[in-house]
Design a protein around this ligand. Structure first.
Ligand code: ATP
Length: 614
């Protein structure tokens, strides 16, 4: 199945110019600072080892020259030359070779330790920063692409780290070799540069192309990851099997990955073809220099030892220079990726704590007041909530009722400041919600959403998720479980509160939907919250459990405010007041009896459901 590009090439990703790439190198010092902060001791050790290692090639070549000159002298005048000196030189070269090896291994060790530490720390930084960002930023695909590029480059950054270090080391090595070469034949260095520069420019061009391609493939790469997850995960397996979707998913994966392969193949082939040409140019330069040195040796202007020294220096310098230039383009490309990494950290949340925040009132005096609140999701034309004006009084239990998509969940997300209103405002005790300390606000609200998470962790951790500061407070966890009726379940599980839930990890136990829901509900009781929000908390519970849960809920939340979202009128009617939403707007508000008497939309919905039970 041929598939055309589903995501257009983003307009904001033109090919970076040479100047832009050079200026991206400005990211490298910032990067090195981060590396330094990761582990200064390791950075220093690695730097010292590298300086020592970079002196070795010249030293070996020079000792080699002395050995050969000594041997040549010996063949000419065996009597006048000491053997001892020769063996001393051989021993010295041997010692240098061993030292070189030991130093290289020491450097690799430092690099890999530093690389691992740095990769771990940057993953932690990414996670921490992502956690600070707003929910609507997560709902934006451009943001996701940035997050993906920041994440994707974890390995790339580790490689970049060793590339930058090796670059410095090779530059020093080259410096040593250049001093040696300059002392004998300075013009050889000019010849060397001429042979290398075309290859450098070529490499740099292709690296750039690879970066651009990678950048505009990011959305598709995310899709590829998503399809891979759909195709092989415990959470998807059931549905994929039942609907026999595996061929559909495999085909989608195959088509996407084939497209990647084809796009990348074109570039790789062009790069390899040009590479052959450039390395040919390099060889021409090398052999030209070799011939010149040979001619000078034949003419007696250079000794045999010097011949090996010069040829060896030239060959090694060519290798180092090639490495340096190639790596330079790699580094400048890595520096562009670093730009993405730093850019991600520059994204700032809009929902933040005010400069001089107020503490959450305890107790709440006048309640939460919605003043003409309207909200539109990012990139959406439709108002999810509009013109909402009402007050949730202290201690009041308010139920939200409305058809699917009426805006009930959105309303509670606004209360919890997961989003801020697009228009109007929400007041708490007469002060805008935005004036309160955000973490204090969240600490005072217990919220369970309909799509709560099922953590593949222990039962205790699943409950403690409601207030992770109390993760070690077993008494509180057990009390919360009791409140939500999850305690019976805990007693039945082989590992009780330490039982791992879910099937992803060894010895995990899978639960029923209702059992998971009771555990999620327990999270709401982990905090001494003043406002409890339960978004369809009992949808998966059987009738008896639902009745018991609410009986207990009413008892446990006496004096506290609560918002309940439910489609079950048996639950809804227990609330003090009911707010009926339609297309984001407030239709009716009042007690069950008042609304029934009014014979409006609530009465209609209530009777509709009652008829279903007749
Ligand atoms: N993250 C989002 N981005 C864009 N639009 C959204 C988002 N979440 C919800 N919507 C839209 O906002 C409207 C209100 O959704 P909301 O989830 O508040 O409805 P609800 O009353 O809770 O529905 P349900 O009873 O089905 O849970 C819907 O039209 C929905 O499509």
């Amino acid at each position: 199945m041929a598939r055309s590009r589903i995501y257009p090439k983003p307009e904001d990703a033109p090919t970076p110019t040479f100047k832009e790439r050079l200026s991206a190198l400005g990211n490298v010092p910032r990067f090195l600072l981060l590396v330094w902060k990761t582990n200064p001791g390791l950075v220093i050790t690695s730097a010292v080892l590298r300086v020592l290692r970079s002196a070795v090639p010249l030293a070996i070549l020079y000792v080699g020259k002395l050995i050969i000159d000594h041997v040549v002298l010996f063949t000419r005048e065996p009597a006048g030359v000491s053997h001892e000196r020769l063996w001393e030189l051989v021993a010295l070269e041997f010692g240098l070779a061993i030292a070189a090896d030991a130093l290289s291994r020491g450097i690799s060790l430092c690099d890999s330790l530093l690389g691992d530490q740095f990769a771990n720390q940057s993953s932690v930084k990414i996670m921490r920063h992502a956690a600070k960002l707003d929910l609507d930023q997560f709902e934006d695909s451009v943001f996701y692409d940035k997050l993906e590029r920041a994440r994707q480059q974890t390995v790339g950054r580790t490689l970049l780290l060793s590339a930058v270090m090796s670059q410095a080391q090779d530059l020093v090595t080259m410096g040593f070799l250049a001093v040696g070469l300059l002392a004998f034949s300075p013009w050889l260095i000019a010849l060397l540069l001429l042979a290398i520069i075309p290859s450098f420019l070529g490499e740099s061009h292709f690296n750039n192309q690879a970066y651009v391609m990678n950048r505009w493939q990011t959305p598709e790469r995310r899709e590829l990851d998503y399809v891979r997850y759909l195709g092989a995960s415990d959470e998807t397996a059931k549905e994929i099997k039942i609907f026999d979707l595996s061929d559909f998913i495999v085909e989608r994966f195959r088509a996407l990955s084939a497209k990647f392969y084809n796009e990348n193949r074109r570039l790789v082939i062009r790069r390899a073809t040009w590479g052959v040409f450039f390395s040919m140019l390099g060889s021409v330069g090398y052999y030209a220099a070799y011939v010149i040195i040979l001619v000078r040796t034949i003419n007696g202007r250079v000794t045999i030892g010097e011949l090996t020294f010069l040829a060896g220096s030239f060959r090694q310098m060519k290798g180092y220079l090639e490495g340096i230039l190639t790596r330079f383009t790699g580094i400048s490309q890595g520096a562009i990726y670093l730009g993405d990494f730093f850019e991600f950290f520059e994204i700032q949340p809009k929902i933040r704590t005010a400069a001089n925040p107020l503490p959450f009132p305890r107790p709440i005096k006048t309640g939460f007041t919605f003043e003409n609140v309207g909200f539109r999701y990012l990139n959406s034309e439709r108002w999810a909530n509009r013109g909402l004006s009402f007050t949730l009084h202290p201690g009041e239990k308010l139920a939200l009722v409305g058809e699917n998509g009426a805006g009930k969940t959105t309303l509670v997300k606004l209360l919890a400041r997961l989003y801020d209103p697009t228009e109007g405002r929400i007041l708490l005790d007469g002060v805008d919600l935005r004036e309160y300390d955000l973490s204090d606000l969240r600490l005072n609200m217990g919220i369970i959403f309909q799509d709560y998470l099922r953590y593949q962790m222990t039962l205790a951790q699943n409950i403690a998720a409601g207030n992770i500061r109390e993760a070690d407070n077993r008494e509180l966890i057990m009390a919360a479980a009791k409140s939500s009726l999850a305690d019976e379940l805990a007693n039945r599980l082989p590992g009780q509160y330490d039982q791992v839930l879910g099937k992803r990890f060894a010895n995990g136990v899978e639960l029923s939907g209702g059992e998971w829901q009771k555990i999620a509900l327990a999270r709401a009781y982990m905090k001494d919250a003043q406002l409890l929000i339960l978004d369809e908390p009992t949808a998966a519970l059987d009738a008896r459990a639902e009745y018991q849960v609410f009986e207990r809920f009413a008892e446990l939340t006496k004096g506290k405010s609560a918002v309940l979202i439910s489609h079950r009128f048996s639950t809804v009617r227990m609330a003090d007041r009911i707010l009926v939403l339609e297309k984001g707007r407030l239709m009716e508000i009042g007690s069950h009896e008042e609304l029934l008497a009014k014979r409006g939309r609530y009465a209609e919905l209530f009777e509709l459901q009652a008829m279903g039970y007749k």
